[in-house]
Design a protein around this ligand. Structure first.
Ligand code: SME
Length: 169
């Protein structure tokens, strides 16, 4: 496991930032199979390296009534809502639709759940285990239209790493 992360220069384009960070994230989680520990470090590197407002995951879990809902997992950034129901907000919509959702302006997304009033745009990516969503990766930005296909492409690599880890659980 690497313990020191080289944070890309702020001036670099985000593609370059992701390309510097992703191999370091791979090295960071190599040889460790604890999902929570790995996800905690993965989101810490991405938060520091890409200056997001918030990045974290929600796990699909059963509540006491036996209903599945999203429950907050490791994250970096302001305090976030703990539970999200199926289909609710951007995270619940990504879970329901089983697809990546990019929201350029959160105020224009019906049902968006505002955990922080500073959040202006968002991307949510589903993480699958046995063709079902097991986790959603959520990233928020203080800037409008911050996320595009570059973020989707590189964040999918993070998703794939999580999917690999889920295989052994
Ligand atoms: N905005 C999300 C809720 C989670 S927070 O952004 C951390 C949503 O609408 O699902």
């Amino acid at each position: 496991m690497t313990e020191e992360i080289i944070i890309p220069d702020k001036q670099l384009a985000k593609k370059e930032k992701y390309e510097l960070l992703i191999p370091q994230i791979e090295a960071l989680v190599e040889g460790e199979d604890d999902l929570i520990a790995n996800v905690a470090n993965m989101v810490a590197v991405l938060k520091e390296g890409l200056n997001f407002l918030w990045i974290g995951v929600y796990f699909v879990k059963e509540n006491r009534k036996g209903e599945k809902e999203l429950v907050l997992g490791p994250f970096q950034g302001p305090v976030a809502c703990t539970r999200i129901k199926f289909g609710k907000g951007v995270c619940g919509a990504s879970w329901e639709q089983k697809k990546v959702i990019i929201v350029p302006d959160v105020d224009a997304f019906p049902g968006h759940i505002a955990c922080s009033s500073l959040s202006k745009s968002e991307i949510v990516l589903p993480v699958f285990k046995n063709n079902e969503v097991a986790i959603v990766l959520d990233v928020d930005s203080e800037r409008l239209s911050n996320f595009d296909e570059t973020d989707e492409k590189y964040l999918q690599k993070i998703v794939q790493m999580m999917e690999e880890m889920l295989k052994s659980i």
